[in-house]
Design a binder for this molecule. Structure first.
Ligand SMILES: [Zn+2]
Length: 49
């Protein structure tokens, strides 16, 4: 399954590469990864739970 997230730099939904699930201090989960668009590689972050 490919995760999608909004990239601020590309201003569109993109595939997340190298995605990792990070559990925050309040117990919520965040997906952290890198924009899949060639030449962008902006950091992506999305709350998932
Ligand atoms: Zn991007």
């Amino acid at each position: 399954m490919v995760e999608r997230a909004f990239c601020m730099r590309c201003k569109q939904d993109v595939n997340v590469s190298n995605g990792k699930i990070v559990v925050m201090g309040n117990g919520r989960k965040r997906l952290s990864g890198i924009c899949d668009i060639e030449g962008c590689e902006a950091k992506l972050s999305k709350i998932i739970a």
